[in-house]
Each structure stands twice: as structure tokens, then as C-alpha cells.
Design a protein around this ligand. Structure first.
Ligand code: MG
Length: 303
């Protein structure tokens, strides 16, 4: 099923079964609905592996009230993006202020008009979808579609800290297309762009684990982050990259290395510690890349 065919999901939280029934009837044709009659159950559902896209939240409930549910969702990085709309009979301005202060995006008072609830839910579902799309786009390289430098910087920090915590090896590979400037000069920039796209997609197709990341690092340079990977494992990946790019047989008549487009790679591995930094690992891989370039290209070297 296409992603855009899947209905957005809404969690309705209210201790009054009658309210749940009305809201469910109002929204169920356009959304997939789950319900909870108390704050504890609401938190369970939102914190689960399958959280809703939006929460319609009653304020007054026995046990954990709506304000607290909202506060807890907003305090947790896994759930703080989920929009919360309060739907309540509390009409005092101070109550509304409190609702917004806890992080709600909207506030609907009971008795509600169906069209108002429908319109506000639709607005916030759309907003969330768009901001998610934007966030996703801001981390992708515009030309090749693989992760961009920004995402690389973000992820190397995450991988570094994880590796520090569990003393596991972290490897990176810097990949550079051989004689790429000559390629552009010979075939033109459009062909150059299409070469970059093909190489990027080919490299990414060889990434099998979810924790690995391939990013466009700059011009014709890519970088691959391989957490929990020893040097041998990283060399294995580099070898696959090298062979697969040659297998593409993209003609490169100006190259003194090979008749087709080839890559040079630098591989570096460390078990990170607090007194070193990701920059050092990148520098090591850069030096190894330099070595690969100086010893004939179309190969990888380790630091
Ligand atoms: Mg209530």
C-alpha cells in the first residue's frame, strides 16, 4: 500500500464514553482512530511503537489529567512532535493559557461544533505532515537524494557517543570519484551530475544495516559511517564499493586510471574515547584516501 493511502491516526482521550463515541463518529471516515478513557492508558499508547499522529485530549479525567499527559508527551523527545489538541469544558481563559503552556497546539471547548473539530484536526495533521517532509528534505542532498553533510555531521556525533558508551569500534570510509573534474570537462556538467547520482545510489544500495549511513560529503566525495564495525568489516564494504562502481562501466576516456569511472577510498577505524573526537577519525580516513590516490587510485587504503 502506498504511504499516502494510509490514514493518519488519531488518539482520542476522554473519560466520558459518550464524548468518545461522538468524536469517533465525527472523525473515523478520514482517520484511523484509537481511544483511551484515562491518562495512563493514553500515555501507554503514545509511547508505544505505533504512536498516533495527533492526540485529542480531554483535560479533566480521574488519575493523570490532560495537562499532565500533555506535559509528559512534550518532555519526551520521542513524542514531543505529536500535536495535542485539548478538547474540554473548561472555558476559563486561565485554563486555556495553561493548556497552551503545557504545549498543546490548539484548544477546543465543549460543547464543540463538529465542523470546528474536523477543521482543526485536519489543519494540524497537514501541518505535521508538511513539517516532517521539510525536516526530511533538509537532511538530504538535493542532487543525489542521499544524506547530506548536515545529516552526516549530526550522525557522526551520535555514532561517536554510542561507540564511546559501549567501547565499540566505529569505522568510516571516505570515497572520492577518480578524476571527476576531468569527467566534467570531457562530458559536461549534466553528465557529471548524472554520474554523481548513479554513484551515490549504487553506494547506498550496498548499505545493508539500518545503523550505517552514506552521505554526500562534498563535491564528488561521499562518506560512509559504519558503527560497531571493525577495520576488516569496513574494508569489506570498501571492496564492494570499489567493485560495484567499476561494474557500472561508466565510460571515462580522460581517466589515466581506468577506462571507466572508478573510486578511491580511505578507511579508518577507532574505538572512540572521550579524549578524542570525530574530527580525528575523519582526518585519519582523509589521510588514508590520500594514500589511495597517491598509490594509483581505484583502490582503498586503511589508516
Ligand atoms: Mg473529562
Amino acid at each position: 500500500m502506498e504511504t499516502n493511502c494510509i490514514k493518519s491516526s488519531i488518539l482520542i482521550v476522554d473519560d466520558e464514553p459518550y464524548n468518545l463515541k461522538i468524536l469517533n463518529e465525527l472523525l473515523r471516515t478520514d482517520y484511523s482512530i484509537r481511544v483511551a478513557t484515562n491518562g495512563e492508558r493514553a500515555l501507554e499508547i503514545v509511547m508505544s511503537d505505533n504512536p498516533p499522529d495527533l492526540v485529542l485530549l480531554d483535560v479533566i479525567m480521574p488519575g493523570i489529567d490532560g495537562y499532565e499527559v500533555c506535559q509528559r508527551l512534550k518532555a519526551d523527545t520521542n513524542t514531543h512532535d505529536i500535536p495535542v489538541i485539548f478538547i474540554t469544558s473548561k472555558t476559563d481563559e486561565r485554563d486555556e493559557i495553561r493548556g497552551f503552556e503545557t504545549g498543546a497546539v490548539d484548544y477546543v471547548t465543549k460543547p464543540f461544533r463538529p465542523i470546528v473539530v474536523q477543521a482543526r484536526v485536519r489543519t494540524h495533521i497537514d501541518l505535521k505532515r508538511k513539517s516532517k517532509l521539510l525536516e526530511n528534505q533538509s537532511l538530504r542532498d538535493g542532487l543525489t537524494g542521499v544524506s547530506n553533510r548536515r545529516r552526516f555531521n549530526e550522525y557522526i556525533e551520535i555514532a561517536w557517543n554510542c561507540a564511546c558508551r559501549d567501547s565499540s569500534p566505529l569505522s568510516i570510509i571516505i570515497i572520492d570519484i577518480d578524476h571527476f573534474k576531468l569527467y566534467n570537462d570531457t562530458y559536461g556538467h549534466q553528465e557529471g551530475d548524472s554520474c554523481l547520482i548513479t554513484v551515490a545510489n549504487t553506494l547506498e544500495s550496498l548499505i545493508r544495516r539500518k545503523i550505517d549511513l552514506l552521505a554526500r560529503y562534498g563535491g564528488e566525495e561521499f562518506c560512509c559511517i559504519l558503527p560497531k564495525t571493525e577495520s576488516d568489516g569496513a574494508c569489506n564494504v570498501a571492496l564492494q564499493f570499489q567493485n560495484k562502481i567499476i561494474d557500472l562501466k561508466i565510460p571515462h576516456i580522460a581517466s589515466s586510471t581506468h577506462s571507466c569511472v572508478s573510486i578511491s577510498q580511505g578507511v579508518a577505524t577507532v574505538v572512540p574515547s572521550q579524549d578524542s573526537s570525530p574530527e580525528e577519525l575523519i582526518k585519519m580516513a582523509d589521510e588514508a584516501l590520500y594514500k589511495a590516490k597517491n598509490s594509483g587510485r581505484n583502490r582503498f587504503c586503511t589508516y
